[in-house]
Each structure stands twice: as structure tokens, then as C-alpha cells.
Design a protein around this ligand. Structure first.
Ligand code: PLP
Length: 394
């Protein structure tokens, strides 16, 4: 059976061009870039070439890029460095809809005595800049607001937030793990101090990430040991994956202008068809400010997990919430923060597309979904009541 992969916010397939570029560095050129001999030392140049490619995609200088092992490490490092660089300040601001890489690290810092403000969002998942301004005070060391949400695709007003924080001289970190490679980013114009990204969300392998740290920022390493990454992140470089990330960034840069309209069209086609063919379905998020590849739809009176299992029978991969939270039936913290009704949270499905999805794949999903939803509603007592007209939708 063919796999129809609509779970690209969980992880993406490695691009063939990326795999080709990295393989020789696993198979043949396995040296250590810190070695004195040519065999290893020549890899240093390849690592720097990759750094320049990553930097170029986000408008940074190569020396502003630190390679890490993943988005989570980049997020943890950014927050830790920010609080360490301002030891007199004990307050952190973030949002209730962050990925656990930020959310749980902030909770960890709260247990260590930091004061953390978790900003709420409205029903569309939007953040109030006024609320952020009210929360910021002389004690605030860092604000961390994600660039785009992994579950809904909502894009946050990073430009405006950065501008107000710059006036207040508060460090601003953004988790752009879901954003880099999906929409254009230029840190020359964007007032952020640190920005996290992760390879496996943009067609590089898992286990490689990067952190942008603006030149002039005080920085404290999180992983301490050798002198790699100019003393900012110890550990022998993951050369093949670094090269892969560089190639993935170069590809993203070349393809972005075509991909944004392509993915928007496919996503909108999918979303419109599902809303038309499945009664009592609603889109979660901010339709006016979303990643082009993501739609999160709630189908009332059905369980998301049951939908996923049925989709799986057709080879269709989607998600019923954050990939990192899958395996638990905890309702999504993002949708809860948005005040999505309980029944709608449980029937929510995220479809996230990539350059490899086709029109025919979207048509297949739009063909099978109404059948699945009707069948599941017939099977569930709640759904049967709904079909019989005993329950009125709000
Ligand atoms: N931040 C966001 C917004 C994410 O979606 C993810 C992964 O899903 C992460 C951070 C963690 O990235 P990684 O899996 O590379 O650690």
C-alpha cells in the first residue's frame, strides 16, 4: 500500500538531494573535523559551508549559527543562556501554546525559583501584545514566543513583539522550528535575539538542529566540554547531518517562492473539501495568519484517534495533535488554551503537507474522510444521537 504522508509537522522525509549529499560523509569521509590531518581537517571546510547555507536561509551571518542536536536542545540552550546572562533578573515570559521543548523547560526553571508568566491566547490562538507588555517588567530576563504553532500552524506577530521588547531591552527568543523553510525569514529585519530551528522539519534527518544567536549577544553554552562550535556547543560535530542541514536549507531557499503558493493551494483545497463534505467540522486556528502547509480540523462527535486508525487503513498518515504528545490521550494543551470545546478537541485532526504531496493525494483524502466520519458517527452513541437530531450543534 502506498503511504500518503500528511504528517510533516511531526517530521519530514529526507530529501533525496540531501541524502545524496550526506552519504559520503557517513561512508567515506568519517574523520573528525578537529583533527590535524587532512583526512579529518578537510571536513571543517564542509561544516563551515553548511553553516553559511543555514545562515543564508534566515538572513544571518554564518558566525551567528550554532549547530545543536535538535530543536529541543536549541530551545533549552536559548532559554538557559538568556537567564544566565542576566542573573539579576528572575522572570520569564512565554505562551501557553508553546511546544513542550519551551513549555516544560520554563516549568523546570519555575521549579528552580524563576517566576514564569504563561500568556493566554484567544479562541483563534492569537496572542495579545498588550498582555505581553503588561507582563514585562524590570525583572524580565527573556521572552520566548514561538514563530508558528506546530498544531494549528498559527503564525505569531514576531516582528511587533520584537520591536516592543527591543525598546525594553529584554532578550527575545523565538522557536522557529516549524517556520524555517516554510515561509521566508530574515533575521536582519526581524528583531529577535535568538531563533531555534530543527533539521527534520525541513527535509534533513533527525538529530540535527541549529540556534541563531545575534552577534553581540552574551551567550552561555548549555553543553559544556570541548571547544567545538567556537566553545559554544561542545561535542564532536555531527558532520554528515550538518552537511545535510546545509543542503536542506539551500533547497528550501531555492524552492520557497514556488512552494508557498503550491502548499497553500493544496491545503486550502483539502480544507475546503473536508468542511463541505463533513458536517459539524471546524478549523482550529487563525485562518488569516497560518503556515501554508497546516490545517487543524475538528470533527465533532468522533474521536481523533479513531479517525487516525481508519485513515491508517488507507495508508494516510496524519496526526491528532502534537507528535511529541502522541501516545497519550491527553487533550492538546494548544487547543485547550484556545478554548476549543472538549468534544471538538477530541475529534481534531492535523494535516500537515510538504513539497512531496500531490493533488491526487489530497483528492484521496477528501474522498475517504467523509466516509470515515459518517461511519464513526454511526458507531458512536453520541454520533448516532447527533445524526438523529437529538443534539444541536452550537
Ligand atoms: N518546537 C516546535 C514548535 C516543534 O514542533 C518541535 C517538534 O515537533 C520542537 C520544538 C522540537 O524539535 P526536535 O524534535 O528537533 O527536538
Amino acid at each position: 500500500m502506498m503511504t500518503l504522508y500528511f504528517d510533516n509537522n511531526a517530521t519530514t522525509p529526507v530529501a533525496p538531494e540531501v541524502l545524496d549529499e550526506m552519504l559520503p560523509y557517513l561512508r567515506d569521509y568519517y574523520g573528525n573535523p578537529s583533527s590535524m590531518h587532512t583526512f579529518g581537517g578537510q571536513l571543517h571546510r564542509k561544516v563551515e559551508e553548511a553553516r553559511a547555507r543555514v545562515a543564508q536561509l534566515i538572513g544571518a551571518e554564518p558566525e551567528e549559527i550554532i549547530f545543536t542536536s535538535c530543536g529541543t536542545e536549541s530551545d533549552n540552550t536559548a532559554l538557559m543562556s538568556a537567564v544566565e546572562s542576566l542573573p539579576g533578573r528572575r522572570h520569564i515570559i512565554t505562551t501557553r501554546v508553546e511546544h513542550p521543548a519551551v513549555l516544560n523547560f520554563c516549568k523546570h526553571l519555575a521549579r528552580k525559583g524563576y517566576r514564569v508568566t504563561f500568556l493566554p491566547v484567544n479562541n483563534y490562538g492569537q496572542l495579545s501584545i498588550d498582555a505581553l507588555l503588561k507582563a514585562a517588567d524590570e525583572d524580565t530576563a527573556v521572552v520566548s514566543v514561538m514563530y508558528a504553532n506546530n498544531e494549528t500552524g498559527n503564525i505569531f506577530p514576531i516582528m511587533q513583539i520584537g520591536e516592543v521588547l527591543r525598546e525594553k531591552r529584554i532578550v527575545f527568543h523565538t522557536d522557529a522550528v516549524q517556520t524555517v523553510g516554510k515561509i521566508a525569514i530574515d533575521v536582519k529585519k526581524l528583531p529577535v535575539d535568538m531563533l531555534s530551528l530543527s533539521g527534520h522539519k525541513l527535509h534533513a534527518p533527525k538529530g540535527i538542529g541549529a540556534l541563531f544567536v545575534r552577534k553581540g549577544m552574551r551567550f552561555f553554552p548549555y553543553i559544556i566540554g570541548g571547544h567545538q562550535e567556537r566553545g559554544r556547543r561542545a561535542g564532536t560535530e555531527n558532520v554528515a547531518s550538518i552537511i545535510a542541514l546545509g543542503k536542506a536549507c539551500e533547497l528550501a531557499m531555492q524552492k520557497l517562492n514556488d512552494e508557498v503558493p503550491y502548499l497553500t493551494r493544496l491545503r486550502d483545497k483539502l480544507e475546503t473539501a473536508l468542511l463541505q463534505s463533513c458536517p459539524d467540522a471546524r478549523v482550529n486556528g487563525d485562518a488569516g495568519s497560518r503556515l501554508p502547509n497546516t490545517t487543524n480540523i475538528s470533527f465533532e462527535y468522533v474521536e481523533g484517534e479513531a479517525i487516525l486508525l481508519r485513515l491508517n487503513e488507507y495508508g494516510i498518515c496524519a496526526s491528532s495533535g502534537s507528535a511529541c504528545a502522541s501516545g497519550s490521550l491527553e487533550p492538546s494543551h494548544v487547543l485547550r488554551a484556545m478554548g476549543v470545546p472538549f468534544t471538538a478537541i477530541h475529534g481534531s485532526i492535523r494535516f500537515s503537507l510538504s513539497r512531496y504531496n500531490t493533488e491526487a493525494e489530497v483528492e484521496k483524502v477528501t474522498e475517504v474522510m467523509p466516509q470515515i466520519i459518517t461511519l464513526l458517527r454511526q458507531l458512536s452513541p453520541f454520533g448516532r444521537d447527533k445524526i438523529a437530531g437529538n443534539i444541536k450543534c452550537p
